[in-house]
Structure formats: structure tokens, C-alpha cells
Design a binder for this molecule. Structure first.
Ligand code: NAD
Length: 246
């Protein structure tokens, strides 16, 4: 950790201690340290695959084979990896009353798996398999084995929001309200390139902190920017808070 980042971590630790209402807003960069690739980094999934060929409503109906292959790979990736220490720090902060909720773009369920309870999944979850025609639920194994819906015979899909689909309205409204009311918003591991969730940081009226490996393009205002890996920065911040309270 550089001296500059150390000072910033101290500031973040102070702000977290002061804040009565902190929200975390996470993206794919939150899970790269678990071994789950993000979309737009150098080694991201989009460097190998054109999103418009696999992650759209059109792709699902026209090229189900490619769609199925892409999402099977992602599901297996998530099944074979684990949440990391940074996910656990967020869960502990919620448990100790330091964090109110997490709004996430991630579809891997790692926040839940590491013990976070108040999680708003803006883009759904891979493991919520359902049939395309009627939304009947099915299992991940049924999807991976290319089975069709046991009730109606329709093809199966993961419960993620594809490009061209609406976000779950209730989840969106709740996340928006939480962010508007937050005293401190932690934005972690996202390029803020996906609409409409990239509107959320601008809705915050309190302090806004960015934890990301690279700079973010756009006209966002951050009160504090920490450059680096989410897991390392969250752990270092947690240690700072614990050190200060001893
Ligand atoms: P993105 O790929 O566009 O951007 C990720 C950002 O995180 C980049 O700016 C990158 O520099 C940064 N980053 C990467 N690793 C990091 C780390 N360890 N610490 C800090 N920063 C790091 O991802 P996004 O903005 O979340 O894009 C949105 C879409 O990606 C969402 O729709 C989401 O559903 C999807 N997605 C989710 C997962 C997942 O659930 N784990 C994985 C891939 C993509």
C-alpha cells in the first residue's frame, strides 16, 4: 500500500466510523480477486466475446447455442470460485451496523454467500434459472445439461438482466432510495459504463468514494478515490478501523 493510499484509507476509515448510513455499490471488479473475470478490463470477458452476440435478448432467441455456452461458462466459473476477504469485510461491516446495504451489478451471489443480507441485485443472479416462455423456475444443473423446462418444454435461461431488458423495478427503486439517503456511498470495482445503473452515483447527496483499479471516464464527482484492488483496500480499511477502536 502506498503512503498516499494509506492516508486515503485513514480518511475512509474515519468517514465510515462517522457515517450513520453507508451503502456499497459494487461491480464486476469486486469479484475479480475471486478469479471471476470482469467485462471490460484487459483480461475481461468482452475482450474475447462480442456482448451483442451473447448477452442480448436477440442472441438468446437467434443463437441459443452461443448464449448457452457463454452463460454455462460463467456459471461454472462462479461455482468453482469463492468470495474473497473483501466480500467478507462488507458482510462484517453490515453485521456490526457500519454498512446499511449493498446495491450490486454482480450476478454471482458472492455477497450473499459471504454473509451479507441486505443486498439489492440490480442485474439479477446467474443461479436463478427460469424458462424463457413462462418464467417457471428450474435448477442450474438442468440449464447446464441443456434440459428444457420440466413443466412446459421451453428453453431455460439464467435470471440475469440481458442487454435490452428492463431492470427489476422494485430493486431499482429501493437501491435508488438507499443511495439518495446515504451519508457515504462506496463505489467498488465498476467501470460505470452500463446504463442505467451508472446513473446511481450521481444521485448520492452524501460523500462518494471510488475504489477501483483504473480511472473512471465521465463527469462523476468523487470525494475520495482509492486506486487499487477492492479486496486489499477493504481489508486495509477494516484493519485501520479496528486499530483505531482498540
Ligand atoms: P466492468 O468490467 O465494466 O468494469 C470493472 C471495473 O472494475 C473496471 O474499471 C476495472 O478496472 C475494475 N476492477 C477490476 N478488478 C478490480 C479489483 N480487484 N479491484 C478494484 N477494481 C477492479 O464491470 P461493471 O462496471 O460491473 O460492468 C457491468 C456488468 O458486468 C454488470 O452488468 C455485471 O452484471 C457484469 N458482470 C458481473 C460479474 C460478476 O457477477 N462477478 C462478472 C462480469 C461481469
Amino acid at each position: 500500500m502506498t503512503t498516499e493510499n494509506n492516508q486515503k484509507i485513514r480518511k475512509l476509515a474515519d468517514w465510515l466510523t462517522e457515517s450513520q448510513n453507508t451503502i456499497a455499490f459494487t461491480g464486476a471488479g469486486m469479484s475479480t480477486e475471486s478469479g471471476i473475470p470482469d467485462f471490460r478490463s484487459d483480461k475481461g470477458l468482452w475482450t474475447k466475446t462480442d456482448p451483442m452476440e451473447v448477452a442480448t435478448v436477440e442472441a438468446m432467441s437467434r443463437r441459443y447455442d452461443l448464449f448457452h455456452e457463454f452463460y454455462s461458462l460463467r456459471i461454472k466459473n462462479v461455482q468453482h470460485a469463492e468470495p474473497h476477504a473483501g466480500h467478507k469485510v462488507l458482510a462484517e461491516w453490515e453485521n456490526k451496523g457500519k454498512l446499511t446495504a449493498i446495491a450490486t451489478q454482480n450476478v454471482d451471489r458472492y455477497h450473499h454467500k459471504s454473509g451479507s443480507k441486505n443486498v439489492y441485485e440490480l442485474h439479477g443472479a446467474l443461479e436463478n434459472i427460469r424458462c424463457i416462455d413462462h418464467g417457471h423456475s428450474a435448477t442450474t444443473d438442468e440449464f447446464l445439461n441443456q434440459q428444457t423446462c420440466a413443466r412446459c418444454g421451453s428453453l431455460l435461461r439464467p435470471g440475469v438482466v440481458l442487454f435490452g431488458e428492463m431492470l427489476p423495478q422494485n430493486t431499482w427503486t429501493q437501491a435508488l432510495n438507499l443511495i439518495q439517503q446515504s451519508e457515504l456511498l462506496l463505489i467498488i470495482g465498476t467501470s460505470l459504463k452500463v446504463h442505467p445503473v451508472n446513473q446511481l452515483p450521481s444521485m448520492a447527496k452524501g460523500r462518494v468514494v471510488l475504489i477501483n483499479r483504473e480511472n473512471i471516464e465521465g463527469t462523476y464527482h468523487f470525494d475520495l478515490t482509492l486506486s487499487g484492488s477492492a479486496g486489499e483496500i477493504l481489508q486495509a480499511t477494516d484493519q485501520m478501523i479496528q486499530g483505531e477502536s482498540e
